[in-house]
Design a protein around this ligand. Structure first.
Ligand code: 6PG
Length: 255
């Protein structure tokens, strides 16, 4: 994998969640001190939920400048915001309802809209309107949290998907291209994610070990392994892994 990638291995999922919450808090304070706000994109899935829950508890609940945070999502399922599959709904239950974020700074993806492509375009516009497009370039998130699927997908960038090569900042993804739950999705694209100052992959479990190895140590093939498309242009890629997910890496895992 090209670009700067920092790999940190934690003993188990609980330690990974603690480390990820700590990284979020560090990045938030640094960004607010430097630019007066922290623009972060949250992922869906099961791995981030314990991270969000830790952020909603002391010490992070009381030390993060929640009112200075611009919250985005890396992707969303095309369902109602209160549907069980909703990434926004999961974050709301685990975090947003428990910390003093400014509702005007919560930028959810409108997955419920009838036209996913139009909703994706609107979301790209909201991202640019909120963060600006310096010199006409992409908007810069301070941090994008990402997961990794066993097939190497990240956000809703799935193997062979057209969104991987999109020049736009958000794209609609047809259900047929996804893994369960097979619903249409909307995703940030590599064009948007690679403009972030930092992306942090949060990966736990043995089921991800082969994908982690392929993405980090295998031949470059972003269409087959979409997480390889995430190489921040000027920012940092950080991989926070538990020991099971790192098990197939040379020099780190059990081999
Ligand atoms: C989603 C996520 C997706 C997720 C991976 C890993 O909408 O589901 O954005 O990319 O991060 O599928 O999911 P787990 O954390 O549940 O393994």
């Amino acid at each position: 994998m090209t670009g700067r990638a920092w790999i940190e291995t934690c003993p188990d999922p609980d330690a990974l969640a603690a480390r990820a919450a700590g990284r979020f808090a560090e990045a938030a304070r640094t960004a607010v001190e430097a630019r007066g706000r922290f623009a972060v994109a949250l992922p869906g899935g099961s791995t981030p939920r314990p991270v969000f829950e830790r952020l909603a508890e002391p010490p992070h609940r009381d030390s993060i400048p929640w009112d200075r945070i611009e919250l985005f999502w890396t992707d969303e399922r095309c369902v109602a915001p209160d549907a069980p599959e909703s990434n926004y709904g999961m974050a709301r239950g685990a975090l947003l309802d428990r910390v003093p974020v400014d509702p005007a700074r919560v930028h959810r993806i409108r997955g419920e809209d009838p036209d996913p492509a139009a909703a994706a375009a609107a979301y790209a516009g909201e991202l640019q309107a909120t963060l600006g497009s310096p010199g006409g370039g992409p908007p810069h998130l301070d941090l994008a949290l990402l997961g990794l699927g066993p097939d190497g997908h990240t956000a809703s960038l799935f193997p062979g998907g057209q969104a991987i090569g999109s020049s736009g900042f958000a794209a609609a993804v047809p259900a047929a291209d996804t893994l369960p739950p097979r619903v249409d999705r909307i995703t940030l694209t590599p064009a948007a994610l690679n403009a972030a100052r930092e992306v942090a992959f949060l990966v736990a479990g043995r089921a991800k070990a082969e994908a982690v190895r392929a993405v980090l140590e295998g031949p470059r093939d972003p269409l087959r392994w979409p997480a390889q498309a995430i190489v921040p242009t000027r920012g940092t890629a950080r991989w926070l892994l538990d020991a099971a997910a790192a098990a197939r890496l040379d020099g780190i895992g059990e081999g």
